[in-house]
Structures are given as C-alpha cells and as structure tokens.
Write a protein that binds this ligand. Sequence first.
Ligand code: ATP
Length: 403
Amino acid sequence: MSMLNKKTVEDLNVKGKRVLVRCDFNVPLKNGVITDENRIVAALPTIEYLLKNDAKVILCSHLGKPKGEPKPEFSLAPVAVRLSEKLGKDVVFAADDNVVGDNAKAAVAAMKDGDVVLLQNTRYRVEETKNGEEFSKELASLCDLFVNDAFGAAHRAHCSTVGVASFVEESANGYLMAKEIKFLGAAVENPVRPFVTILGGAKVADKLNVIENLLNKADTLIIGGGMAYTFLAAQGYGIGKSLFDGEKLDYCKDMLARAEQKGVKILLPVDCKVAASFPDPIDAAIDVDIVAADAIPDDKMGLDIGPATEKLFADEVKNAKTVVWNGPMGVFENPVLAQGTIAVAKALAETDGTTIIGGGDSAAAVNTLGFGDKMSHISTGGGASLEYLEGKELPGIAAMSDK
Ligand code: ATP
C-alpha cells in the first residue's frame, strides 16, 4: 500500500474543531532545561497553520522513556513554556499524571478557537506503547480530528500515533510528516533516476533489509563504512583486522550476485585508510596509511575510505537525480578518519539532484560538517527512516485517512 495518498492537515476542515496533534516533543533535557529546541521549532508550521485557521489545538507527545509511570523528570512542562514563547501566546499545560484527566478535560472544555493546550507525556500511561484501546479512546474523546506530525515515532503503533485515529472523524499528516513522506516516500516508491543510495555505518547486520529493498529500487548502491569490509571479504579480499561479520558473509555474496543479475551497480571502496588499531579515545591522534582495497595488511584495519574511493563515490553522486544516504563512510568522529564522510557530504551538497539524509548519525554528521542547508531533506527520524527505506509500512502513516 502506498503511503503517498494520505490526507494532510490542509485537507481537513479545522475551523472551530478540536484538533489533537501528535508532535515529537522528545527534546533533550538537562536539569529541566531544554538543550536543543529543534523539535519544537519543527512542530511550529502545523500548529501555526491550525491556529491561523481557527482550530482549537490540543498537543500531545512522548518525552523520554518514563515506562508507563508519571516521573517528574519526563514532564512536558518545560516544553509548554518554550512553545508558548515561540508561538507568542499562552499554552495551557494540562498536568495530569493520567494524561487525559480532570485538568485536560477542563482545559479542553474551556478552549476557544485559536487556543492551545498541551497534554502531559503520553508515556506516563502504560497502555501508550501497547496501543491499548482505552487510552486511545480517552485521547479521542478530547478531539474531533487527529493530526500526526511525529515522524520519529511513526514506525511504532502506539495509542497517540495509531490507536486514537480509529476513534476520530478524520485524521491526517501534519506538515513535518508530509515532508518526510514527500521525500522518503517518493525516493522509495517512485525515484527520479538515476537513483543512487549510499549505505555506511558500522555493521552489515543493521542494514540487511535496507540493502535488500534498495537492490530492487536503486540504480547504484554505494557501500562504505565498517559494513563495506564484509563485502570486500565476500569478493575474496583479505581485510586484515577490519570490522567483519562472518555470519553475514554469505548474505553479502548473495547480494553481490543479485545486484549483477538485476543490473544494479554496486560500488565498494577501492582504497582505504588503515591503522594498527581503533583510535582510543575515538578522536585521538592516529597514524594512517592509504592502501588499495585488495591490499589491506593482515595487521591493519580499514577505518575510512581512501581518496580514490572518495572520487569514485563522488562522481557517481554528482550524476544522480536522487540520492539517499544513511551511515558514515568511516570513523567520522576522528578528524583524520572523517575525510571520506566529508567528501560524500560535499558531493551530495554539489549535486543538483534530490538529496535525502536518512537520519541518525548521518544527519548529525552532515549538520556538524556544515552541509545541512545544502541537502534537500534531512530526515528527523533515524529508526523510522530506516524502516521506510526497508520498504516497511509505517503504522503511524498507514493509520491516517486516505485522500
Ligand atoms: P545512521 O544513524 O545514519 O543510520 P548508523 O547510526 O546506523 O547511521 P552505525 O551503524 O551506528 O550507523 O555506525 C556509525 C558508526 O560506525 C560510527 O560511530 C563510526 O565511527 C563507525 N564506523 C564507520 N566506519 C567504520 C569502520 N571502518 N570501522 C569501524 N567503525 C566504523
């Protein structure tokens, strides 16, 4: 089933309606102070649209892992304060330990069009992560319409992402969610070609399903990072002390054979930066040699791609019309071993195709390297974007009303 034909907030008639919005307010907190407000900022377009269109806006989110119990350190109270500053208007915080309690009910009953109420952390309720019917119904009882804007939680079927949708008149994706679907969905379901995907990171095992799905979609699959060495071993090369997943060796051989059958180009490193041991601490000074991929000494490990590989990968990326990238090319936390990841980030920044970063480490790397604003889209959900790339249906999107 396609996830591209779901209603968005603009398809709903929201005037005068009570609209429950599931946001991703899972912000980092230190001693009760929000240390990164990106997720709050990212939620604003949907909230502001609803306010402009005279809805009554009820917000909910999880924060951290209180594991089904009210724990003050996971209270959304600081989010209410910051959100109120950002919106320039009062955000009434309904501080019920049971989320939909007397405070929430009274606050919602008193709402006028254009008012905002924030509910307490949905994970204060043990039923939340089990998608229990009772809590889903309680949430639905507060609203007429439901909008899901929490892409980072879209791969989980919880009461506040999925369950509630069955008990409201209509549901739709918010702007943030719609943007994720627009980029990731179009890339996976209907990419403009050539479609090049780049996978890196530590382990083959983490990305088995992604590799498999993308082999059916992409024109070129580029593999770098720690996971590349099991592929090099599958080609019969000695890889010294590099990361190696013996259990996945046959899988890698099979993928190489299937790529050839399908006419999908697989690019592996042709040279690498090797060192005697893994840097400790990770950003410690380190001596590296550059060697061909088929000449890694027995007593060395590959920790980044080499300059010839940087060029090979960059040239492929520059000719692409769609690029999806997930996972760094080397131990990018170390400046000496970040070159490969920087080269790929630069190539993406320079291509005029659509460039999509699949969350997690790659998103952090692109942002810290200063290429963030050069990408078409940086996904806000690591786990959710990986599952999307695996070709899985995301329950939080599937539950929304069709157009
Ligand atoms: P993303 O978050 O973008 O999905 P990821 O988090 O899945 O990526 P991981 O599998 O966690 O990626 O791998 C990232 C880690 O892999 C980094 O910490 C990096 O140092 C490490 N890494 C990259 N290349 C190598 C290598 N050649 N040898 C050992 N570790 C590596």
